[in-house]
Design a protein around this ligand. Structure first.
Ligand SMILES: Cc1ncc(COP(=O)(O)O)c(C=O)c1O
Length: 383
């Protein structure tokens, strides 16, 4: 089989061997249900609470404010629906404030709040880098706002938002502020107090942890209507027997990524910038999308004029390079990404998008090979 190099770490990451080792006992010997009274249950509960303490520490919140979920999507759903419904009941607020550059876990949930629950959806503008200006939050926020949700590090274009600054505005207005940090948590030191956040979503599989597990961190909760009802697990906010192996794996992955951030990022930023410079230098009519500096350390994204992004992905795949378009567009339905068009990129240019996301295993040689492959593929496609 032809050698293939993975450049899609924003889609998912392999499980770190240390993380896997930490999880294994909880699939077999330590299989107990943390709600059981007996010793199997007690040991499972101890593992659960240890994982909660670790995650809380790296979010700078207390352990009883960590709610384990099945992933980033569920955390986003709980934050948005849970908070919007609660706030409307508590104070009559019925507006939800988001941006056009959110992941579908946020934007589709917000659309559902509008269509099915009668909320008014309001959008914050973004600049050409996909970044929110805090002064726009000031303009649009009001006592009618049930919550504000703004993506931390963008999955398509890598731009990192001024979350702490926006958090101050929301705090002054006493409005819940949520951020989707599913991409950011692997690369940026998290601190919900520093960032003035009410809620923060994380998923483990973007940080060398397992799929199917995430968390919602809550700081100074105003209250949430639970997304899932049943037993009283997760402080009555997320019913269902906790998945101990996955939760233990997530806490290890989060701990490793937060403690190794400095070293990992140094390498990632160097390789990312080498790729960006190589692509922009070698390929005419190629453009970086997202902010040139205030972006995720592992994230490079481009648009190429007169290129179909889906075909580019297929060309690259056939040469052994696994990349992404960065958007949800499917082969056969080449619609430009909403995120790119909302940043002012013309649809015909947005069609030619490419997202390259690197990981701790990526090497300089791989970056050089990929740069050449992108150059030759774009040239071929333009013919
Ligand atoms: C920014 C962002 N939010 C949410 C999600 C969904 O996370 P999960 O796959 O854990 O449900 C993703 C996954 O791609 C993401 O990139």
């Amino acid at each position: 089989m032809k050698k293939c190099t993975y450049f899609d770490y924003a889609a998912t990451t392999p499980v770190d061997p240390t993380v896997l080792q930490t999880m294994l006992p909880y699939f077999s010997d330590e299989f107990g249900n943390p709600s059981s009274i007996h010793r199997w249950g007690q040991r499972a509960e101890a593992a659960l609470e240890k994982a909660r303490v670790i995650c809380a520490k790296f979010l700078n919140i207390t352990p009883e404010n960590v709610v384990f979920t099945s992933g980033g999507t569920e955390s986003d759903n709980l934050a948005l629906r849970g908070s919007a419904l609660f706030q409307r009941k508590a104070v009559g607020a019925d507006e939800v404030l988001i941006t056009h550059v959110e992941h579908p876990a946020i934007s589709h949930t917000a659309r559902q709040l509008e269509a099915e629950f009668g909320f008014k959806l309001r959008f914050l503008p973004v600049n050409k880098y996909g970044m929110v200006d805090p002064s726009d939050v000031k303009k649009l926020i009001s006592s009618k706002t049930a919550l504000v949700s703004i993506i931390y590090g963008n999955n398509e274009v890598g731009t990192v938002n001024p979350i702490a600054e926006i958090g101050i505005i929301c705090r002054e207005m006493d409005i819940p502020f949520h951020s989707d940090a599913v991409q950011a948590a692997a690369h940026i030191p998290m601190d919900m107090v520093r960032d003035n956040l009410t809620m923060l979503s994380i998923g483990a599989h973007k940080m060398y942890g397992p799929k199917g597990v995430g968390l919602l961190g809550i700081n100074v909760s105003k209250g949430l209507i639970p997304a899932q009802t049943g037993g009283g697990q997760e402080f009555n906010l997320r019913a269902g027997t906790q998945n101990i192996p996955l939760i233990v794996g997530m806490s290890k992955a989060f701990e490793l990524s937060q403690t190794e951030i400095g070293n990992r990022n140094k390498n990632l930023i160097c390789l990312r910038d080498q790729l960006i410079a190589g692509v922009l230098d070698r390929i005419p009519d190629s453009f970086l999308t997202g902010h040139p500096e205030i972006r995720l350390p592992n994230h490079a994204s481009f648009v190429f004029s007169s290129v179909d992004g889906n075909r580019l992905l297929m060309y690259l795949d056939s040469q052994g390079f696994a990349c992404s378009s960065g958007s949800a567009c499917k082969v056969g339905s080449p619609k430009p990404s909403n995120v790119l068009t909302s940043m002012g990129i013309k649809p015909e240019l947005a069609i030619g998008s490419l997202r390259v996301t690197i990981g701790k295993e990526t090497t300089e040689d791989q970056i050089n090979d990929l740069t050449m492959a992108i150059e030759s593929s774009v040239r071929l496609l333009r013919k």
